[in-house]
Design a protein around this ligand. Structure first.
Ligand code: AMP
Ligand code: ZN
Length: 139
């Protein structure tokens, strides 16, 4: 996709601190790291988000995430990571090309767990919310 920064990285039109590359994915250091070794994994083909992502590529996606973590683990001497996707504008997605964050965690790094990302306790009961979800569920 023209004008997509991650498509340009995938096409090697702009440089990146490449860590791993597979047939359909690559991982590289985030240019504005929130921790040492903060990295991103992207598909080479443009998908705006996980919802649009092709199911057939899932295992290759997980494999490169895992292999990148192993490299970082050894290099920076940690076994702890916060992993995830900012899916959609309200979640903070700034680059509209699917990307998975790998954020290494260190002793006393002042970060929280995923539980601290949002505190928006529901007004409805869990049963009500569950019913809504199951009504929409395909299988
Ligand atoms: P998000 O908020 O999930 O969309 O995060 C986008 C991430 O992409 C941010 O952490 C940026 O620092 C990172 N980023 C943007 N441009 C580049 C680039 N050229 N190389 C590496 N990382 C980048
Ligand atoms: Zn793109």
């Amino acid at each position: 996709m023209t004008d997509c920064i991650f498509c340009k990285i995938a096409n090697k039109e702009i440089p990146s601190y490449l860590i791993k590359e597979s047939e359909n994915f690559m991982s590289f250091l985030d240019i504005n790291p929130h921790a040492p070794g903060h990295s991103l994994v992207i598909p080479k083909v443009h998908f705006s988000n996980l919802k649009e992502f092709e199911d057939e590529l899932s295992s290759e996606f997980i494999k490169i995430i895992k292999d990148t973590m192993i490299d970082i683990s050894k290099a920076l001497n940690t076994d702890s990571f916060t992993l995830g996707i900012n899916e959609g504008k309200l979640a903070g997605q700034a680059v509209l090309h699917l990307h998975f964050h790998i954020i290494p965690r260190f002793f006393s790094d002042k970060g929280g767990s995923i539980h601290s990302v949002v505190i928006n306790k529901p007004n409805e009961s869990i049963e009500e919310i569950y019913k809504k979800i199951k009504n929409e569920s395909q299988n």
